[in-house]
Design a protein around this ligand. Sequence first.
Ligand code: SAM
Length: 196
Amino acid sequence: MENSRPSPQPKDIPRIFVLRWGHRPQRDVRLTTHVALTARALCASGFILSDTQDPHIQETVTKITKSWGGTFHFEMGTPWKRAVREWKANGGIVVHLTAYGENIQTCDILNRIKKLNKDLLLIVGSQKVPGDFYSSDVSDFNVSIGNQPHSECSSLAIFLDRYFEGKELAKSFDKARIEIVPKERGKEIKSNMDSP
Ligand code: SAM
């Protein structure tokens, strides 16, 4: 698993990290794992589980990445304020996904974000997020995926799909040990372990 934060150097394709705030180890393990796996599968470059540790989630994400390929940064325990500060210091911008934000469908917020061509830190909450998240000290943009409350997983998936214009769904992952062979019926998995 890659373990480096974005460097300040300019890059062609901005990188997206997801910061999950408010994880409650007793009740959110499954959902937070799904948020991390959604981030990885839809071509975000990394995941920060802020302010808390949960080795179960790290173990699952590491295992999936090892088998299904690609490089995906995972870190946990980082205080959210520090993660945001360092992200901005490295030239990235912060996007907070919230039902209260500017609607991704009815205004040009996605274009404004994409035009900047900068690394994105996408913040998703769980329980009610601190009011600071809405302020310009933290978020450069507050984006809503429709203005109805739903889920961190669905809002993340829709944001990434719109950002990457669906191309992330066609991507194959480097160094995959196993791969799905898509087919009309049944299940086929190809092992790459024997290839030279
Ligand atoms: N009740 C919490 C509040 O008032 O902040 C929200 C809880 S919601 C289940 C958890 C997270 O899902 C939110 O923090 C936000 O990141 C995301 N979310 C839910 N609905 C959303 C929407 N319509 N657009 C963008 N993000 C959304």
